[in-house]
Design a protein around this ligand. Sequence first.
Ligand SMILES: NC(=O)c1ccc[n+]([C@@H]2O[C@H](COP(=O)([O-])OP(=O)(O)OC[C@H]3O[C@@H](n4cnc5c(N)ncnc54)[C@H](OP(=O)(O)O)[C@@H]3O)[C@@H](O)[C@H]2O)c1
Length: 358
Amino acid sequence: MAPVPKGGTVAVTGAAGFIGGWVVRKLLQRDYRVRACVRDVSDETKTAFLKAMPGYASGRLTLHAANLDDEGCFDDVFAGCHGVCHVSHVSDYNDQEYVRRVCEHIIESINKSGTVNRVIVTSSIAAILTEGDITELVRRPVLYEDRSPDEANPKRTPERGHGYAMGKLLAQRIFSDAAAEHGDWDAITVCPADNVGPIQSPHQKNMGPWQHLIEGMLRGKYPQTQAYRPWMTVDVRDDAECHVRLLESVDIKNAERYIAWSTDTRNVEDICASIDRLLPELEFDVPEVTDDFPEHIKAREAEFRAIWASVELRNDRMRAATGVEFRPLDVSIRDCVESLMSVAGVEPRRRGESAEEN
Ligand SMILES: NC(=O)c1ccc[n+]([C@@H]2O[C@H](COP(=O)([O-])OP(=O)(O)OC[C@H]3O[C@@H](n4cnc5c(N)ncnc54)[C@H](OP(=O)(O)O)[C@@H]3O)[C@@H](O)[C@H]2O)c1
C-alpha cells in the first residue's frame, strides 16, 4: 500500500459531475495524468468543459466511457493507473444489493489492474450524521470522522429515506475490506459536506443539490431544506483538494475516513441575505423562504433547530493529514453565484425589475 506517485496516473469516476470535475482539474494542476470516466464521452453538454481543460489537447487528460451498471467497465481504464478517485454516484442507493454489486465489480477492476495503490471513495456526511432518530444527535453531538449513525435503529431503512446514507456506509466497508484482503492497495473514504462553490459547466447548475438550490434562490424559489438542518458546507474546490492530498499522503491508512467540511454552517434563511451582502451590485431581490415540509416536521421545527445548534463539527483527521485551508462559506456562495451567472447564464431576480413586473 502506498500513496500515488507525483505525476502518476489517476482515474476519476463521475468526472463530469460537480465534485468530480474539480478533482480532475486539481489533479491536472498538480501534474498528474488523468483518466476521466463519464457515461457518454460524446455528450458535449457534459464533457465540453473537460475537453477544454489544459491537458486534454496533449493527451495528459483522456476521457473514457464507463457506466457503473456495466460489470467490467473499468478493466481497461484502471489498468496502468496508480490511483482511483471513485467520486461517482450510483444509479440507486435504495437497493443495497445493487450498491454491493457495483462496488464489487469496481474492486475487481482495481485488483485486475495490478497497478492501483490507492482508492479514494467519495462518501458523504450523511454516512456520519443521518440518524433514524434525530435525538441520537443529542446523545452523541460531536460529528467527527469515526462517528456513524446508530445502525441498530429500526427506522433506519431505505423505505424511510435512509438508502443514501446506508449505501455510502456499505460502500466504505466493502472497499476497505477488499483492500485489506488484497493487501496491495488501500481504500480511503472522504465524507464531503454540502458542496458550494463554482460550477464549471452549465449542466452542473441542475445537480448538487446545493448549487441547484442557489440557482433556484436567484430565480426567486427559496424553500426550507433538510428539515431545518443548517447547511454544513465545504467549498467544492477544497473538497477536490482533499481528494488529491489524500491520494498523496504518506501518513494515512486503509479504512480511514475523512470529513471534507469547513465547519462553517448557515441556516437556509440566511443564504439569500448572504448573497445580497456579498454582491450588493446585483440588487438581488431576496425572496421569502417557503416552508413546504409536512405538518409533523413543521411541528418539530424548534426541537430540530435546537438539536442542530448543539452539534459540534470536527474534522481533526482531515486537517492533520492534508493541511487543507478551507475557504469560508461567503467565498463559496459568492463564487457559486458568479459562476451560475457567467457559466450557466442564470439571471437573478433584481429589485428594480421585480417592481416593474408587479
Ligand atoms: N454535492 C454534494 O454536496 C455532495 C455531498 C456529499 C457527498 N457527495 C457525493 O459526492 C459524489 C459526487 O457528487 P456530485 O455533487 O459531484 O454529483 P453530480 O454532480 O450529480 O455528479 C455525479 C456523477 O455521477 C455520475 N453517475 C451517476 N450514475 C452513474 C452511473 N450509473 N454510471 C456512471 N456514472 C454515473 C454522473 O455521470 P455522467 O455525468 O457521466 O452521467 C455524474 O457526473 C457523489 O458520490 C455524492 O454522493 C456529494
